[in-house]
Design a protein around this ligand. Sequence first.
Ligand code: 6PG
Length: 463
Amino acid sequence: MNTYAMGLYGLGVMGRSLALNFIRRGIPTAVYSKAEGERTAFAAAHPAGQWTVCESPAELVSALARPRVVFLMITAGAPVDQVLEELLGLLEPGDVVIDGGNSHYQDTIRRCERAAKEGVEFLGVGVSGGEKGALEGPCLMVGGSSKGWERCRESLEAIAARAPDGGLCCGYVGPGGAGHYVKMVHNGIEYAVMQQLADVYGFMRDGMGLSASAMAEVFEGWRTGPLASYLVDITAAVLRKEEDGAPLVDRVLDVARQKGTGCWSVVEAAERGVYVPCIDEALFTRYHSQRRGDRQKCAQKLPCTAEPLDPSLTAPELEQALYAAILCAYVQGLELIGEASRALGWDVDLASVVELWRGGCIIRSVLLERLASALREGAEPMVLASSLREPLSQAEPCLRRTVLAGAARGIPLPALGAALLYYDQSRTARMSVNLVQALRDCFGAHTYERIDRPGTFHTEWES
Ligand code: 6PG
């Protein structure tokens, strides 16, 4: 008793894998799950070692060395509040509670305050990398109580992933809900990049007529170039997978769902006025995919004057198009984190966040090195940093040609198109919204500003 350094509460796939990771790293771990079956299965599946299965939350707490650290890996939402209340009745001041689920950052802010009333340090930690990551080394985006972080830092760093240069993919990003905010936007970027990969796949399938195995070969070729990343690796693997001698991807229904973090990112961006079209399009494309019946009806009835494909569009051109688009997606996500950090006074260091993402997480990619350098340059806006501006402007013609070719053939490329839109909107010195503002004033006397004089004006436009 009182000897275990880590208490893992929740033994679903992620909780179980994290517990094993702690145990393998030599961190004595006590585990507990409300589900008796999960407790029994854990006890039966693993050889005896520096771990114990507890039969109640009270037993879990009393098994832990002081200051106690309890890591929750349970369903986000109300269950976290219930378990936190239960634990606050058992823990002492100075103890730490970590929430590793995909919780909404505002809930995390509230829980930090609630725990602090009892002297308990609360951490909201974004955990990325899925089951394999949890087991072998996740990326950990830590937010909340800095005292709490110092108390469990060693254990968290021990289980985390490492970047290719050996850098730790575990770090404290800021107080309150900062860790969960960073994870939420990580997922928003994940949605955007996955949709960009799907756009290119759709373009090759429906525009170029390539088979899944031919596309697998193309993506395999991109695994070592400028697009080298986990998501490109698994795209190649998915396209390669066969069942009964035929590509399995061809049998997967074209309906994509989501669990909420992408939607939260878009709502956040809308409320903060941050332009994130790649994330928006990726999210709404998932929603629209669910209206499959309507799409199929319209496919029969709405004509498209498809033009022949631009023959100069080859795999290397598409690679460049994707490169530019993915850069834009990351920049949009980082701008959202930056805006929230300013508004909430978190002081998140974006370059450090990008460095954390270099290993263990779903959006790990060689591109992150470039993004980190761009952030360290400190240019405002970030796209003007020389380490971004140059590659973006070199790849932009390929992105433009691909999006044009998609439009000419009637192949929707939502997340590539959104990247081009972002690029063009960013470089438009004089936008067309002067007309919007004049119209607002015309029908609603909302007033307008002028380029030739200071002040606020109203005009009787129709007289
Ligand atoms: C990760 C993932 C993980 C998960 C989410 C998003 O970083 O390991 O982002 O948290 O995949 O559940 O998935 P949805 O697409 O279901 O929203």
